[in-house]
Design a protein around this ligand. Structure first.
Ligand code: ZN
Ligand code: FE
Length: 255
């Protein structure tokens, strides 16, 4: 069996993702920011939508759902913790649960921080993580509901995934994230190189998502609060990782 991934730009800077089985055209959708571009990809590629997975309750990730379901009878799946504020779903999952799609096993992670009850889906056979607004390319989601400690805990768990994991995150924020990252980690050569690459790609309209976890580990400041140079730059040599992470998040909020 072989699978393909399609990244679908929605609204002004959101992404939805479709993973599909190339042989039988069964498709799995992650997030529903906007119906039209998603319905178009489904019909153009002759796909049968089997399941829809929602990462979290924000409008820019769920508002397209009803109009997609008008055309496709798919099983909808979301976080058990968010039953009260997600659209009516068919299946509810929580951390540690497994989710099956066409013989592929997906693993649910709790990645609370941006919201409480935010979940991510990892499909090891495809080396893909659908991270929503938790881990992003060169960034992470804002802390709307959770604490810095919660978000750092969520992100730390993702660090244990293999380096070749493709991070399918919910937004194209990479260019702005890159400028911020450079401001607190200017001596990081990998980062400097990546920022030039991102700038070039964005000038041509190329998507910078998904990105590879291995590269995020080397360049994303939100995954590196323990880094000596970042700590020196922030004058936080003796602080804990959570304290440094929290500082980085606050600086980014005001960047
Ligand atoms: Zn969000
Ligand atoms: Fe979002």
């Amino acid at each position: 069996m072989s699978f393909e991934l399609i990244t679908i730009p929605c609204l002004s800077d959101n992404y939805a993702f479709i993973l599909y089985n190339v042989e039988n055209r069964s498709a799995f959708l992650v997030d529903a920011p906007e119906a039209d571009p998603i319905n178009e990809v489904l019909s153009k590629n002759n796909l049968n939508l089997e399941k829809i997975f929602l990462t979290h309750h924000h409008a820019d990730h769920i508002d397209g759902l009803d109009k997609i379901l008008e055309k496709h009878s798919a099983v909808t799946i979301g976080a058990k913790a968010d039953i009260h504020r997600l659209p009516k779903l068919d299946e509810y999952v929580q951390a540690g649960d497994q989710l099956l799609f066409q013989g592929q096993v997906g693993e649910i992670f709790d990645v609370s921080g941006h919201t409480i009850g935010h979940i991510a889906l990892y499909i090891s056979a495809q080396s893909i993580l659908f991270s929503g607004d938790s881990l992003m390319a060169l960034g992470c989601g804002r802390l709307f509901e959770g604490s810095a400690e919660q978000m750092w805990h969520s992100l730390s768990r993702l660090l244990s995934l293999p380096d070749n994991t493709q991070i399918c995150s919910g937004h194209e924020y990479t260019e702005n994230n890159a400028s911020f990252a450079l401001s607190i980690d200017p001596k990081n050569h990998e980062l400097v190189k990546r920022c030039e690459q991102v700038k070039l790609e964005r000038s041509k309209g190329v998507f910078t998502v998904p990105s590879e976890l291995g590269l995020e580990k080397k360049t994303n400041p939100f995954l590196r609060p323990f880094d000596k140079n970042i700590r020196e730059k922030l004058d936080m040599q003796r602080s804990t990782d959570v304290e440094v992470f929290s500082k980085i998040r606050t600086l980014k909020d005001n960047f």
